[in-house]
Design a protein around this ligand. Structure first.
Ligand code: GLN
Length: 462
């Protein structure tokens, strides 16, 4: 097929998804699709992703479409440069076909915090697709694109992947350049990938990983190799952290995890009991560290440098800042800025921010000890429940934050982690998570591919 034909088909599916009210996209156009297809067809050498249509979360900057981060404060903003991942994916032949809806500034777990309306779960319009990369997840789950980029600060790709029944892979911190990813929590932020299969996601990651002189947090190591899927798990020790299997786990999630454990056994992997005691503090720690960094990063949206300006009385710069920020940021973003400013303030820095940094180090040490103790990978549920109903947690921020209880700790530790679909409960997808040591992304993907092959993702588990 020509890229032109693929782009035409993707355009039809984007239009159908829009007509069905998914609200998963913020920007795309037929003209944009044609331009991408012409570029892909004209490439002298077919790259690794030749003609592959990929959607981008709307916090990854591109020069040919707006980048709004789901926020009024960046409405209509167009970047003067392309993100490194955009350049690398195009160089590999990919077509970047749409910018996907998201929680405002990637703050949320349901994509209900977008200033441009909530994203619907593709299988049940009354439910959420997860978040904050809910638009990207929904586009892959609905079959609009085979892969999409999201971003992770604390689980924002794995959690929606689990809710939507697709694969979500967060690479090691330092593996993929964040040049051109709008900053939220800089010590946590990663660009991550959704795919329908582990192999698809691995190919996209392989094409965009590697050292980038424009992002000093990328490590100077060779790009990720696309791993050959394992046919069995012999010789691998897979840890089950007991804190991730609480007695009150949703019965469907628990049943799905039993099936995954049985599959690991059948494949010759060895399951071992481990403990990550400080994971219990991951959500409170994350909700100090991430807002602190967000408060600093979001100070740049002042009505002067980016996006629309809401002027106050002439000559009053303070009023300009206040009006622009007061009207431009939604309630959740304002809450994060207030919390972040508070925990960094002189009187509370030691009690909150410094303490959180110490707990973060303990959380990371737990993982290091488990891996040093001979465990190759960790296996956990991705989320405590399947996709919840829209509106269920919007009035209770802490309930929303707890949706990330199994994904936050590995983010604080900077580790690679992924979610694969492993069954359904009452028709709703359930995901299992693998977590690997830093820079062992290939091992994690190869093992996930083996499990993916033997666990029926669409089977009802109870
Ligand atoms: N749900 C978490 C939050 O609201 C994580 C978001 C993310 O990973 N971007 O901050």
């Amino acid at each position: 097929m020509s890229a032109v034909a693929v782009a035409k088909a993707v355009g039809d599916r984007l239009a159908a998804a829009e007509a069905a009210g998914l609200n998963a996209t913020l920007h795309w156009s037929r003209a944009g699709l044609e331009a991408e297809a012409a570029r892909a067809d004209a490439a002298p050498v077919a790259g690794a992703l030749a003609g592959m249509p990929i959607a981008l979360k709307d916090n990854i900057v591109t020069t040919d479409a707006p980048t709004t981060c789901g926020s009024r404060i960046l409405e209509g903003y167009v970047s003067p440069y392309d993100a490194t991942v955009v350049r690398r994916l195009r160089a590999a032949g990919a077509m970047l076909v749409a910018k996907a809806n998201m929680d405002e500034f990637a703050m949320g777990s349901s994509t209900e915090h977008s200033a441009f309306g909530r994203v619907r779960h593709p299988l049940d319009k009354d439910r959420v697709p997860g978040g904050s990369s809910g638009g990207s997840a929904a586009l892959v789950a609905a079959g609009v694109v085979p892969a999409a980029l999201g971003s992770e600060t604390g689980g924002s790709v794995r959690q929606p992947a689990s809710f939507c029944g697709v694969v979500g892979v967060k690479p090691s911190y330092g593996r993929v350049s964040r040049y051109g990813l709008v900053a939220f929590g800089s010590s946590l932020d990663c660009i991550a990938v959704f795919g329908r299969t582990v192999d698809d996601a691995a190919r996209v990651l392989g094409a965009m990983s590697g050292y980038d002189p424009l992002d000093s947090t990328t490590l100077d190591r060779p790009p990720m190799a696309v791993p050959t899927p394992l046919t069995d798990l012999r010789g691998l020790r897979i840890g089950l952290p007991r804190e991730y299997f609480p007695a009150d786990l949703h019965p469907g999630v628990a049943a799905a995890m039993e099936r995954v454990k049985a599959a690991v056994n059948r494949l010759g992997g060895q399951l071992v009991d481990v403990s990550l005691p400080n994971s219990a503090f991951a959500v409170p720690t994350y909700y100090i560290v991430a807002p602190a960094e967000a408060a600093a990063n979001l100070a740049r949206y002042d009505g002067v440098r980016y996006g629309p300006r809401k002027a106050g009385p002439a000559g009053d710069i303070r009023a300009l800042y206040q009006t622009t920020r007061g009207q431009g940021f939604g309630a959740e973003v304002q809450r994060r800025i207030l919390v972040g400013t508070y925990v960094l303030s002189a009187g509370y820095y030691d009690a909150y921010y410094r303490k959180a940094q110490r707990v973060r180090a303990r959380i990371a040490d737990d993982f290091l000890s488990a891996f040093a103790g001979g465990v190759d990978l960790l296996l956990t549920p991705t989320t405590p429940t399947p996709a919840f109903r829209a509106g269920e947690k919007t009035e209770d921020p802490v309930a929303m934050y707890l949706a990330d209880i199994f994904v936050c700790a590995s983010s604080l530790a900077g580790l690679p982690a992924l979610s694969i679909p492993v069954g359904r409960s009452e028709g709703l997808p359930i995901g299992a998570q693998l977590i690997a040591p830093h820079f062992e992304d290939e091992r994690m993907l190869a093992a996930a591919a083996a499990i993916e092959r033997v666990v029926a993702a669409d089977a009802e588990v109870r």
